[in-house]
Design a protein around this ligand. Structure first.
Ligand SMILES: *Cc1c(COP(=O)(O)O)cnc(C)c1O
Length: 388
């Protein structure tokens, strides 16, 4: 077996995982790891969840994929469910986060055309943000390291400093058609938006007739203790982009709009696989567990449990600068090299990835058990000790 046939775009750990159950993963030698990455906030119900397996089995026996030339009840049911649980009215289905962001970008551009003509085309995005790797999403991703080798990007974009009202006021005008942001910047370092800033963003969008687009790809679908991240902040965006946990491990993305942002018409956008019956059936099963099954309602409790333990570690180890984030989107800010820290966690059989330049990210499944939290914290304690 040789890995050289896979394009070398990732820095990977030297392990191959072949099996998972709950928040445990097993490598090709049968070695057990505690998975606090969850496929980067994807496996919200852990690995091998029976409801997901059942949905795949049942739906794959009926029909997996048709085409968006035809209807299927699963997609309709999923859209109904998402709209009934939100302030929004319609959904476009795709297959990933970056694709969901493309919908957000196109909706904003079309909204500008419809309401202000050719000149209303400016999209504002945040520094340190992450929205994906396609050229559109990359063009609104505020990190030079991702953009630099792929310029020219799409035009008509402007970046502002996150949580800086003055900077946004300076750059906002009637030519802006949309403001795109993550309520909590995941990749950028678990940076939480301030409510004051969010309210100002919403007000500036309204005053300038621009759409507010939330990227909830990482922080949405229960991770903050509410189904949608915006519920945690009490500011409702016009467009919500989601993916990752929406399928619990099966690829699906979606962008959901309110009436105001409902501008896309027949022929404006498309996706061959978007909203296929199999993905929709899995997503319905995931939402049933998360919402109706009460998984999300326990997130705050689990968050408090792990954060109390991390607080104790912070007292014990001065290399911990801060415990960041909300709910089960957790960042540990360290004053040591976080790549090395993540490697030492891995060597001790705990999976945790970095965020930004100085943060270790913990993204346990939303149904994580306290015993698994205890084990993970024990490993963190052991790793932190190696820095004394
Ligand atoms: C992961 C992520 C994306 C991109 O999603 P893909 O499914 O990898 O395309 C976009 N935005 C945020 C906030 C993300 O965390």
């Amino acid at each position: 077996m040789s890995e050289s046939n896979i394009m070398n775009t990732y820095g990977r750990f030297g392990v191959s995982f072949e099996k998972g159950i709950g928040c445990k993963l097993y490598d090709s030698n049968g070695m057990e790891y505690i998975d606090f990455v969850s496929g980067v906030a994807v496996n919200c119900l852990g690995h091998s969840h029976p409801s997901i397996i059942k949905a795949i089995e049942e739906q794959s026996r009926k029909v997996m994929h048709i085409s968006n030339y035809y209807w299927n009840s699963k997609g309709i049911e999923l859209a109904e469910k998402l709209c009934s649980l939100s302030e929004h009215d319609s959904v476009f289905f795709c297959n990933s986060g970056t694709e969901a962001m493309e919908v957000g970008i196109k909706v904003a551009r079309k909204y500008g055309k419809v309401h202000g003509g050719e000149s209303k085309n400016v999209i504002i995005y945040m520094k340190e943000s992450f929205h994906g790797r396609t050229m559109g999403a990359l063009s609104v991703t505020g990190q030079e390291k991702y953009q630099k080798d792929f310029k020219p990007l799409i035009g008509g974009t402007k970046s502002v400093k996150f949580n800086d009202i003055k900077d946004l006021e300076d750059k906002m005008n009637e030519n802006v058609c949309g403001v795109i942001m993550e309520p909590i910047q995941g990749e950028g370092g678990i940076n939480v938006v301030s409510i004051e800033y969010l309210k100002a963003v919403k007000k500036l969008c309204e005053e300038n007739n621009a759409l507010l687009v939330f990227d909830e790809v990482q922080c949405g679908i229960g991770r903050l203790g509410t189904l949608f991240a915006y519920e945690k902040f009490g500011v409702v965006p016009d467009v919500v982009c989601m993916a990752k946990a929406l399928g619990g491990g099966f690829p699906i993305g979606a962008a959901m709009v309110n009436k105001k942002a409902s501008v896309l018409e027949r022929g404006d956008h498309g996706s061959t696989f978007g909203g296929n019956p199999l993905a929709a059936a899995v997503s319905l099963a995931v939402l049933k567990e998360l919402v109706d099954g009460g998984v999300i309602s326990k997130v705050d409790e689990k968050s408090s449990y792990i954060r109390a333990k991390l607080g104790i570690l912070k007292e014990k180890y001065p290399i911990i600068q801060e415990i960041k984030g909300i709910g089960l989107l957790i960042g540990i800010k360290l004053n040591v090299d976080v790549k090395e820290f993540s490697k030492r966690c891995f060597e001790n059989k705990l999976l945790a990835v970095t965020a930004g330049k100085d943060v270790i990210r913990l993204l346990p499944p939303l149904n994580v058990e306290n015993e698994d939290i205890d084990k993970a914290v024990e490993i963190l304690d052991k790793v932190l000790k190696t820095y004394n």
